[in-house]
Design a protein. Structure first.
Length: 455
C-alpha cells in the first residue's frame, strides 16, 4: 500500500476479499455493487453495470416518477437502462471499519451517448473544479458535519416507528469533555478506522443537542473532501449499527433541539499554491475573497434546493439555530450565512453556514464553487457587513421557506440553467417537487394532534 491508497494488483495479498464500487446518488448516498477482490482487475477495464433508477427514484426508492416516464434518463419508455460505474483508482482505499473490504469511488458512464452522466454529483463537481482552474484558482474546502446518535438498534427503531429514542447524551453538553468520555471507546474506534481509511479527523466533540455530536476533517481538494464526507457518513452509520446504536444526519431530528449542520469552509490558492484570499502581508480580505463571498450570497437562494434538500431541512433553516440567515455575512459571526474566520493570511477563509447535515456534499460544493467563480468573474460586491445578531434583520423575501419554494426557485434560476443545463435542472426539480408533494399528501401525527378533536 502507498499511504492509505491501495494497489489494485495486491488487494488479495493484503487481505482484502471484497471491493465496494460505488458512486454518490442524488441524495449523497453511496450506491453501487460489491465485487470479489480477485476479480477487480476486470472491473478496472470494464466497470460494473448499475441501473439508472438509482438517479431517478426518490429517497425512499419510490418508482412512481420512473413509471410515469418523467425522466429522459430512465423510464418505461427506454427500458430503464444501465450506466457503467468506472472506478476512479485514485480513490481505492480500505473501508477499515469493515473486515477485509476496500472501497473505490466510481463515475457513471453512459455508453449509449459516449459520455459521463452529466447529472452525476461527482461529474458536476469535477466540472466546477475545472472551470475554477481556468481562472488559475483552486479551492480548498473542509466540512464540519454534525449528527445525532441514539442508543437504539436501527432495525428495531424503524420497527418501533422511531418512538422512544434514547439520546446518547441527556443534557446540553457542548464542548463538555466528561460527556464525551462516556462514548470515547466508540469514537476512538471510529477515529482509528477513519484514519486507516484515509480520512483524517481534525477534531471531535459533543454538541449542545441531546445525543448530538460533531467531527471535523482536514481541509483539502473539494472532490476528495466530498468523497471523504460520504465515506465518513457510511462509517458512522455502520459503526453505530455494529454497536446496536442509530445515527441520523437529518437536519433537525428532534423537536425543541438544535438542528445538525454541515458548515463548509472555503479558501483558494493560485497555480503556485499560494493563498489568494488575503491582502499581501496582511490578514485583510483581498478582492478575490470578497467577490467570491458576494457570488455565494447572490446565488444562495437559488441553490437552497441543494443546501437544504429535504422537507425536514427547513425545520432547521427557519429556526434561530445559527443556521445562516439570508444574504448576510460577518466577522466571526455565527448568526450570518457567511462567517469570515482566520487571523493569519494562510488561515483566512469563509465558512458557509446554510447547509444542513442532510445535504449532498458534492452538490453543495458544486454550487459554492460555481457561485464563487461567478462572483469573481463579475467582480461582485458584498452587501454591508452584519454587526450583532443577523436574526434581528427582516427575512429575505427571495429565500425559500420550504422545499416546494426551493424547487421552484432552483427551476427558475438562469444561473443554474447556464451552469448545469436544462436537462439537469429539470431532473432535480422533478425529484424535489415530488418530495414536496409526497409530504403534502401525507397525514402525520402532527395533523392528528393539532386538528383531530379541535376542528
Amino acid at each position: 500500500m502507498n499511504g492509505y491508497l491501495l494497489d489494485p494488483n495486491t488487494l488479495t495479498a493484503n487481505g482484502f476479499h471484497t471491493v465496494i464500487v460505488g458512486s454518490p446518488d442524488l441524495q449523497g448516498r453511496l450506491v453501487g455493487r460489491r465485487v470479489p477482490a480477485d476479480s477487480f482487475d476486470r472491473v478496472i477495464d470494464d466497470g460494473v453495470e448499475v441501473c439508472t433508477c438509482v438517479y431517478s427514484w426518490d429517497v425512499a426508492q419510490d418508482l412512481n416518477l420512473v413509471e410515469a416516464n418523467v425522466f429522459e434518463l430512465c423510464g418505461m419508455h427506454n427500458g430503464i437502462p444501465d450506466v457503467t460505474f468506472k472506478p476512479d483508482l485514485a480513490t481505492l482505499r480500505p473501508a477499515a471499519w469493515l473486515d477485509g473490504i476496500a472501497v473505490c469511488l466510481a463515475d457513471p458512464y453512459d455508453g449509449r451517448r459516449g459520455e459521463y452522466l452529466p447529472l452525476s454529483p461527482r461529474a458536476l463537481l469535477k466540472r466546477q473544479i475545472d472551470r475554477l482552474a481556468e481562472l488559475g484558482l483552486h479551492a480548498k474546502t473542509g466540512t464540519e458535519l454534525e449528527f445525532y446518535l441514539f442508543d437504539n438498534d436501527p432495525r428495531q427503531l424503524r420497527a418501533d416507528e422511531f418512538r422512544n429514542l434514547k439520546p446518547t447524551t441527556v443534557i446540553p453538553a457542548d464542548f463538555m469533555i466528561h460527556e464525551g468520555n462516556v462514548y470515547e471507546p466508540f469514537f476512538r474506534t471510529l477515529r482509528e478506522n477513519l484514519k486507516n481509511s484515509g480520512i483524517d479527523v481534525e477534531a471531535a466533540q459533543s454538541e449542545w443537542g441531546t445525543g448530538q455530536w460533531e467531527m471535523t476533517f482536514r481541509y483539502g481538494d473539494p472532490l476528495e473532501m466530498a468523497d471523504r464526507h460520504v465515506l465518513y457518513k457510511l462509517a458512522v452509520r455502520d459503526t453505530a449499527a455494529s454497536n446496536a446504536m442509530s445515527a441520523t444526519f437529518m437536519a433537525k431530528p428532534l423537536d425543541k433541539q438544535p438542528g445538525s449542520s454541515c458548515h463548509v469552509h472555503v479558501s483558494m490558492v493560485d497555480d503556485a499554491g499560494e493563498p489568494v484570499f488575503a491582502q499581501p502581508g496582511t490578514a485583510e480580505m483581498a478582492p478575490v475573497m470578497t467577490q467570491a463571498m458576494a457570488g455565494v450570497l447572490d446565488h444562495a437562494a437559488e441553490f437552497m434546493a441543494w443546501y437544504a434538500p429535504t422537507v425536514n431541512s427547513y425545520r432547521r433553516a427557519n429556526s434561530a439555530d445559527v443556521a445562516g440567515w439570508g444574504r448576510t455575512w460577518g466577522w466571526d459571526n455565527r448568526t450570518t450565512s457567511v462567517r469570515v474566520v482566520g487571523r493569519r493570511p494562510k488561515d483566512l477563509r469563509f465558512e458557509f453556514r446554510l447547509p444542513g447535515a442532510d445535504t449532498n456534499p458534492y452538490l453543495t460544493l458544486t454550487a459554492l464553487l460555481a457561485s464563487a467563480r461567478d462572483g469573481i468573474g463579475r467582480q461582485a460586491h458584498l452587501p454591508p457587513v452584519t454587526e450583532g445578531n443577523a436574526y434581528d434583520t427582516p427575512p429575505d423575501p427571495e429565500f425559500p421557506r420550504h422545499l416546494g419554494d426551493a424547487a421552484r426557485t432552483f427551476g427558475k434560476s438562469p444561473f443554474a440553467h447556464q451552469e448545469f443545463g436544462k436537462s439537469v435542472v429539470e431532473h432535480f426539480v422533478a425529484l424535489l417537487d415530488h418530495e414536496w408533494r409526497t409530504f403534502l399528501s401525507s397525514v402525520s401525527g402532527w395533523d392528528l394532534d393539532r386538528y383531530f378533536d379541535r376542528i
